[in-house]
Write a new protein. Structure first.
Lengths: 77, 383
């Protein structure tokens, strides 16, 4: 029920607050009514509606965290 | 797909697994409850449990909206269709949940009732627009992720004066349910369930933010890490929980920073607050009556409230005999502890809600074969 997919915004219709997004290559119409300041080429998380924008910078930081986990893993206290 | 593949990388999973093995203290267990069914499925689908040391144990929580919906509410929905001749619109999983008298919405539909499976509440609005002579009820269920779209639809129906549309609201709240679990006698006194820390939900938190978890992390001294739904997200969050427990901390940390902030989606929160208000109490399957754990439509929108428009009396209904869904939802039992699991209860013929939903713990055990162990159970012996 709470599953959501990341999708790239391809087009926006400001009159209806609707957008065309592309989760993994398919084109889909979704409502952007819940998210402010969405631009074309942004990534949004979609679950029925677009729920939020995805931060590319934060995603990179999290991936770095994964890669660094082994290096920073201390001995058990 | 961007933001998916890189969070499933095999090499990083093994590095994280090694880091977790190094971080755990050998002289203790780590019982980590994933509240959300989405996490339960990620853990099973990707074999995350197998990448953990044996003293890290996942406890499955009640975060599956179909699973926690009490049978009485489905009986109500069946009554709406049969007595009031409405078009009932709802999400697919709800249709298969067993109701009283060995019925389900799917069986009632097969018998001729006008029940429609929709992907979105917008589909239900469209059906109401296309059928002005019929009453259309949207059977709304879900946690905070699913509530804002319902709020938008209610506002739109009000604005358009769509007189034949109403909502049978069953939206529920995550923090109230987590608090209920922590206050339950099983956790507090009996010690039947050990919970050392929580994985916070992914997409619920994108709406409500990480702030609502701060109260009970502090009050009950349990760490919370908001975790994404991909396998590496779950593993990194497990590592963060283990480190907090080792250091004696109980903070709210956020692993899913790419979409979750402390404040959450304030626009969505404002919409929900405008349309909905708290119910004083709501029944959950497994948890019983939970105070201030669900929403109903505010007075200003009461014309769109199916419970006001139609007669929906509280129906006390019991689960199928032998079904352990209530205990499984509280983390007290595992699916394999249920006598019905895999014998009479399978996804094709579910007896309880945890086997119906794609987020339910029983469906996860069954679908990914986690109950089979070294000796595979033959199809004949369980049929």
């Amino acid at each position: 029920m709470c599953l959501a997919l990341p999708a790239k915004v391809l087009a926006i219709d400001p009159m209806t607050d609707m957008g065309i997004v592309s989760p993994g290559g398919v084109r889909k119409h979704v409502s952007l009514a819940l998210v402010d300041d969405v631009r074309v080429d942004d990534f949004v998380l979609i679950h029925v509606y677009a729920l939020n924008k995805i931060s590319e910078e934060e995603a990179k930081r999290t991936l770095q965290l994964f890669a660094g986990a082994w290096l920073t893993a201390g001995e058990p206290a | 797909m961007k933001y998916i593949e890189e969070f499933r990388r095999h090499d990083l999973a093994h590095q994280l697994s090694a880091a977790i093995s190094k971080a755990v203290k050998p002289d203790r267990d780590y019982h980590l409850m994933e509240f959300c069914g989405g996490h339960t499925h990620a853990i099973f689908r990707y074999g995350v449990q197998d990448l953990m040391p044996p003293n890290v144990k996942f406890v499955h929580g009640p975060g599956c909206p179909v699973c926690v919906l009490p049978i009485g509410r489905i009986d109500n929905a069946i009554e709406l269709v049969e007595r009031h001749d409405v078009i009932l619109c709802t999400y697919g999983d709800v249709l298969r949940v067993p109701a009283s008298g060995r019925r389900s919405l799917l069986k009632v539909k097969a018998a001729g009732a006008d029940i429609r499976m929709v992907y979105s509440v917008r589909d239900a609005l469209r059906i109401a627009q296309e059928n002005p002579g019929r009453q259309v009820v949207f059977f709304a269920i879900g946690f905070e992720t699913t509530t804002p779209p319902t709020a938008v639809a209610i506002r739109q129906a009000q604005a358009e004066g769509l007189g034949n549309f109403s909502v049978f609201c069953n939206h529920v709240l995550t923090p109230a349910a987590i608090q209920n679990i922590l206050e339950s006698p099983e956790v507090r006194e009996m010690g039947a369930v050990s919970i050392d820390g929580f994985f916070g939900p992914s997409h619920v938190s994108t709406i409500i933010g990480s702030r609502p978890y701060e109260y009970f992390a502090e009050e009950f001294q349990k760490p919370v890490v908001i975790a994404g739904f991909e396998p590496l997200d779950v593993m990194q969050s497990a590592l963060m929980l283990i480190r907090q427990l080792n250091e004696g901390r109980y903070d709210v940390e956020n692993e899913y920073t790419r979409v979750v902030t402390r404040e959450g989606n304030t626009k969505a929160q404002a919409l929900v607050a405008e349309v909905f208000e708290l119910r004083r109490v709501f029944e959950w399957r497994g948890l019983g009556l939970v105070p201030y754990s669900a929403l109903r439509l505010k007075e200003a929108y009461s014309a769109l409230d199916a419970e006001k428009r139609f007669d929906t009396p509280a129906i006390a209904a019991s689960d199928v005999k032998g079904c352990e869904c209530p205990s499984i939802l509280r983390g007290v039992k595992r699916p394999v502890d249920c006598k019905l699991f895999g014998t009479v209860c399978t996804p094709e013929n579910p007896m309880g809600s945890c086997m119906v939903s794609s987020e339910g713990a029983c469906a996860a055990y069954w679908s990914y074969g986690r109950f089979r162990g070294p000796e595979p159970v033959s199809r004949e012996s369980v049929a």
